[in-house]
Design a binder for this molecule. Structure first.
Ligand code: ARG
Length: 617
């Protein structure tokens, strides 16, 4: 479907053409003076130069031409000095466009562009380290970006890109070796099969890493031993390899559980380790092609470019001691990804402090031909989640906050709010269940409603409020619509039941949960009869525009902004309109279709953000 602004631009373009001007001047935008009009066209201002004519004169001619459609497309089309064309839509036109959108699978979003093959690299947790706040944003924003790209008709895969390589693994293995030296993994003479069962639980594992990391900072000798172990493991020591598999398996099981709670899911569970086999050939080729050269014992690729405003240091492939780095792994991962799938785009989500790393990796892979010019490499660097004190979010005791605790805290806050409500109809167990769904929305919306690159303050009280620009408010609006639709379906079923009593049908089977079909009686969206109804319809028509922008900018916060505005528009309409008590059945059915569409758009919006609404709140 054509989005509404394109449909309107075409109509205004035709008017320009009818007056002898180029149709391209007919571009329509949403009015930036909503007090004066709904849409505007500034084409006469641009056309004035080309046609050497006063802009107001051109605007006047075009507005005159537009008058021919007054009463069908426009309610108002007026030229105003110095040369704007102010436009107000006719209710019939708006309703007809929305009727089309309501029947459209993508709710009016265009899908003309060529479908791309996109990989989103997000999550990026490190094996055996508890999933913490630092990885939360990557998961939340990445999941939404993935869904947005998919919705717009691309083939998109998400890869978790586990941090399962490097020193952290050696630290864990070394610590384990010193705690349990008798394990067969550390016996160089061991020839049997290694045990199937991991020699630790996830709790032990999570306790081992911080202990080892602490120790390595204080104890130089331990640190050296851990380095040696890392090296032995990377060289393929069979015992350490077997142990590594246990660490990864136990950790991944726990990670999957955490991501499931976050409603985040990955198609690929590759890790940094999977890219290692691609390193030797890649490095050799970079050498052979003359891109990699030695500098102070290390092997590097220069990536500085003319016009750089700050120094971009060379990308280091291999250090003087033979070790490869984070960047080497990311480069090899590109090789792996391009070999497995011909991608058009790779999108990375990582803390914005990693910007230099990605600049180096992207430049290096372009320069050395790992990707061709038409492959887009895009890095979305996100800001820090701060506490109310403006410093990175910590637990009350000052430690790094674990994701599980954070989720529990926000669920608890929502639970309290539900239980505070004197009119609540839920028992405790239902309230707990609902709190989990609403808590997720509070957490995700609180994060996503900020532009990703900005730092933001994590404020549980504010995020979990049922009023204002919050996730729970959006859910509350959806639940309100669900409840109206349910009442409507019940009333309707009740009416048909009494008519069919003779047939001896049990009333309950009719008055049960309404199905989508009983609710959305087929038929058109009706022309708005009040200002708030028109506002709601205009807002619904903006969905396509929002999606196009959110996709181009890879910006979930645009969807947050939109669902908030739509919720406001709906609630305004709801407060001013008797929906179920509307006496005219045609109008009443029309309202039902309109709010069914509203529900669908809101639900689609929050699905793109990665959360969903409960049945009740
Ligand atoms: N594991 C990394 C970290 O914790 C994030 C990985 C981001 N993705 C990437 N391809 N480098 O910082």
């Amino acid at each position: 479907m054509k989005k509404i602004l394109d449909a309107l631009s075409e109509l205004v373009g035709e008017a320009f053409a009818a007056c002898g001007y180029d149709a391209s001047y007919g571009k329509v935008t949403v009015s930036n003076r909503p007090d004066l009009c709904e849409f505007q066209c500034n084409g006469a201002m641009a056309g004035a130069k080309a046609y050497k004519k006063a802009p107001f004169k051109i605007a006047g001619e075009v507005a005159e031409q537009l008058q021919t459609r007054r009463g069908s497309v426009w309610r108002e089309a007026a030229a105003v000095p110095p040369g704007f064309i102010n436009l107000t839509l006719h209710e019939d036109f708006l309703a007809a466009w929305l009727t089309g959108a309501a029947g459209d699978e993508k709710l009016g979003c265009p899908r003309s562009h060529v479908s791309q093959n996109i990989l989103v690299d997000y999550g990026g947790p490190n094996v055996a380290k508890p999933l913490h706040i630092g990885h939360l944003r990557s998961a939340i924003i990445g999941e939404s970006v993935k869904r947005i790209c998919r919705f717009m008709g691309n083939r998109v895969i998400g890869d978790v890109h586990l941090g399962d390589w490097g020193l952290q693994m050696g630290l864990i293995m070394q610590e384990l070796k010193e705690r349990k030296p008798d394990l067969p993994y550390f016996d160089p003479n061991y020839r049997g099969e290694y045990p199937q069962e991991a020699p630790f639980t996830i709790n032990e594992l999570e306790q081992i890493y911080p202990a080892a990391s602490e120790k390595s900072k204080k104890d130089e000798d331990f640190s050296r031993r851990a380095h040696d172990t890392t090296f032995a493991f990377q060289k393929g020591d069979p015992g350490l390899q077997a142990l590594w598999h246990h660490i990864v398996n136990v950790s991944v099981r726990d990670l999957k559980e955490n991501y499931r709670k976050l409603n985040v899911d990955f198609d690929l569970w590759y890790g940094e380790s999977d890219a290692q086999p691609f390193i030797p050939a890649m490095v050799e080729k970079m050498k052979a092609d003359g891109y990699a050269h030695e500098s102070q014992g290390a092997l590097v690729v220069e990536v500085a470019e003319e016009g750089d405003t700050k120094e971009i240091p060379p990308c280091i492939l291999v250090k003087s001691d033979g070790a490869t780095l984070y960047s080497t792994t990311d480069l090899a991962t590109i090789v792996q990804r391009m070999e497995e799938d011909s991608l058009d785009q790779i999108i990375y989500l990582a803390d914005k402090r990693q910007e230099m790393h990605f600049t180096q990796v992207f430049r290096c892979s372009r320069k050395t031909g790992l990707v061709t010019d038409n492959v887009r490499l895009k890095y979305i660097g996100f800001g820090t989640m701060n506490g109310k004190d403006g410093k990175p979010f910590k637990t009350r005791s000052g430690g790094v906050m674990r994701l599980e605790y954070l989720i529990r805290e926000i669920e608890e806050a929502v639970y309290r709010r539900i239980m505070e409500n004197e009119n609540r109809t839920m028992d405790e167990a239902q309230a707990r269940e609902t709190a989990a769904v609403v808590g997720l929305a509070a957490l995700k919306y609180g994060d996503l409603s900020n532009q990703a690159s900005k730092d933001y303050v994590f404020d549980i009280e504010r995020f979990s409020s049922f009023e204002g620009n919050t996730g729970p408010y959006i859910l509350y609006t959806i639940v309100r619509i669900k409840s109206i639709l349910e009442k409507y379906a019940q009333a309707k079923a009740g009416a048909s039941v009494s008519a069919e009593m003779e047939e001896d049908r049990p009333a309950e089977s009719q008055a049960g949960k309404p199905s989508e079909d009983t609710v959305s009686a087929p038929g058109p969206i009706l022309a708005a009869a009040s200002a708030s109804e028109k506002q709601l319809q205009l807002c619904l028509a903006q969905f396509s525009e929002t999606m196009v922008t959110a996709y181009h900018e890879l910006a979930p916060h645009k969807i947050c902004q939109y669902v908030y505005e739509l919720s406001n528009a709906f609630n305004q309409f709801y407060h001013e309109t008797k929906i179920l008590a509307e006496p005219d059945p045609v109008r009443r059915e029309g309202y039902i279709r309109l709010i069914t569409l509203t529900k669908k758009v809101l639900e689609t919006g929050i699905d793109l953000l990665g959360f969903y609404a409960p049945e009740r709140m």
